[in-house]
Design a protein around this ligand. Structure first.
Ligand code: NAD
Length: 525
């Protein structure tokens, strides 16, 4: 039997979840840094659920002094952690994965309630964390360097990878825990210590993760400062970007934020890993399986209420199938179950806050002024089940690719329907004709079209899929995008390399001192 939200004593349920995750009081003031409750100031932020508007908790925001304490503790912990052999570090991450399995249901629920994504997606996010733990465990025995042949006799040359130090992680609200774990678990097996500044909109899930990690560290008698949390706003992120003690800053969020972080880190010649906004398109050619395309488009466009970096924002549809697809889409959109994210019948939850709702309605207004036609959606829902003002009906707009609003990423469920005719290359040109370059896909059963899309004159995005939508990546591949998306790669494949410093070593085991390139430099004595 399907359980609906009306059947759940919700407040009680959430209180149990918080308790299970180690967050003990029902409405506590949480602090930042190492010791909960120990913040140097008492500026607080109330955290309301976008689902029902209830106050979940009040969190103390970090000061610059708190940040200092965290960094100092992390520096100390690094001295111990870097000496733990990598496979042993992997064992700690394995235990983290086990604890996450134990708490999957509770943490998934909290993600859903604090951020507003539906429970299935909240659970999926925790599963992603578990998956990256498993990946990192294997990786801990495979941090390979290369060996190469020296041009000099009896010389050996190789490259090895060493830990970097402190890795700063700035994360966005829409994936409040998964993206941090992609960074943190890889960085941890690489021998780094992590300082995490989560989004100020979703600090509770971060606190919950921190409790889980602390348990594992304590059980293994390891310093607490290996995984650190500092809850603060953009200013704390900015401190981190300028801090030479943080060799790598991995920042996920808007392109606006990424440009600031990239500039600050670049100015001190540090490393940044930027995962920024997307403006993702699906091309539907005349050879597409329309039913498959439809499913992928709807999940991509309305999943997480359009608040994924990989959300489908544009569909570029061939003339010959345009009307048919449009009709099918309108039918599905007409029946979307919109509601409380913890209700199992819901497919579309709320937007994160009223600012997001305003961005949604403003974008719709502006695109219509530019000549776009709103086909469906765009309302703010009201009434007993929607009293937060954060529930909207996903919109479809017929538009042209060059419209200013179409060129922007509006972090809300707006799908732009764009028509193309002729060859697939015309569609590819439209798909590439935006500033961002995160995810892209094509629906076609024609090899000539799909291979053109994947070729070097095809999609210019970091992710290019065939007969799969733009969102819902697996952790095994490197994740990230080009152009305004920032160029970073994290998660699977060889993304781990950015968390380590590379060193080339040459060893002479002869009794001669030959120089490279045959240079003669005989000293007289
Ligand atoms: P945001 O840019 O408002 O905030 C993200 C984080 O950056 C927050 O922790 C915030 O406090 C911090 N921040 C903001 N200004 C800063 C500054 N000047 N210096 C340092 N830190 C600063 O983004 P958001 O609204 O939380 O998230 C939505 C955005 O994130 C969308 O653009 C989405 O596409 C993007 N995103 C990208 C990816 C990806 O992997 N490419 C993944 C998730 C989200």
């Amino acid at each position: 039997m399907k359980q609906t939200i009306d059947q759940l004593p919700l407040q009680q349920e959430i209180a149990t979840v918080l308790k299970q995750l180690g967050i003990k009081e029902s409405n506590p003031a949480y602090s930042t840094g190492l010791k909960w409750g120990g913040s140097n100031n008492k500026t607080t932020r109330d955290i309301y659920s976008p689902a029902d508007g209830n106050l979940i908790a009040t969190v103390n925001m970090a000061t610059a002094k708190d940040y200092e304490q965290v960094i100092t503790t992390a520096q100390e912990a690094f001295k111990t952690w870097r000496k733990v052999p990598a496979p042993k570090r992997g064992e700690i991450v394995r235990q983290v994965g086990e604890k996450l399995r134990e708490h999957k249901e509770a943490l998934g629920k909290l993600v859903s309630y604090e951020m507003g994504k539906i429970l299935q997606e909240g659970l999926g996010e925790v599963q992603e964390m578990i998956d990256i733990c498993d990946f990192a465990v294997g990786l801990s025995r495979q941090l390979h360097g290369f060996t190469m042949h020296s041009e000099r006799p009896q010389h050996r040359m190789y490259e090895q990878y060493h830990p970097l130090g402190i890795v700063g992680v700035i994360s966005a609200f829409n994936f409040p825990v998964a993206v941090w774990s992609w960074n943190a678990m890889l960085a941890a097996v690489c021998g780094d210590v992590i300082v995490w500044k989560p989004s100020e909109k979703t600090p509770l899930t971060a606190i919950a993760c921190q409790h889980i990690l602390r348990e594992v560290l304590a059980e293994n008698e390891l310093p607490e400062g290996i995984f650190n949390l500092v809850i603060g706003d953009a200013e704390i992120g900015s401190l981190m970007s300028k801090d030479t003690r943080v060799p790598l800053v991995s920042a996920t969020g808007s392109t606006r934020m990424g440009k600031k972080v990239g500039e600050a880190v670049g100015a001190r010649l540090g490393r940044s890993l930027l995962e920024l906004g997307g403006n993702n398109a699906i091309i539907v050619t005349e050879n597409a399986d329309l039913e498959m395309a439809l499913r992928a488009i709807v999940f991509g466009a309305v999943g997480t209420c359009g608040q994924r970096c990989t959300s489908t924002r544009r569909i570029i549809v061939h003339d010959t199938v345009y009307d048919q697809l449009k009709e099918r889409l309108l039918k599905v959109y007409d029946n979307l179950p919109i509601g409380h994210p913890l209700d199992s019948t819901t497919l579309v939850g709320p937007l994160i806050d009223k600012d997001a709702v305003n961005a949604f309605t403003n974008a719709l207004q502006e695109v219509q002024q530019e000549g776009g036609t709103l086909l469906i959606g765009g309302e703010i829902l009201s009434g007993e089940n929607y009293k937060t003002g954060t529930y909207v009906t996903p919109a479809i707009v017929e538009a042209e690719n060059h419209f200013e609003m179409v060129q922007e990423e509006t972090f809300a469920p707006i799908l732009y329907l764009i028509r193309y005719s002729g060859d697939v290359e015309n569609a590819i040109e439209l798909q590439n004709g935006v500033k961002q370059g995160l995810s892209s896909s094509i629906f076609s059963t024609n090899l000539l079209e799909t291979e053109a899309f994947l070729s070097h004159w095809g999609s210019d995005c970091g992710i290019a899929n065939v007969n799969i939508g733009t969102s819902g990546a697996e952790i095994g591949g490197a994740f990230g995008g080009e152009k305004d998306t920032g160029g970073g790669r994290e998660s699977g494949s060889d993304a781990w390399r950015i968390y380590m410093r590379r060193q080339t070593n040459t060893i002479n085991y002869s009794r001669e001192m030959p120089l490279a390139q045959g240079i003669k430099f005989d000293i007289m004595d």
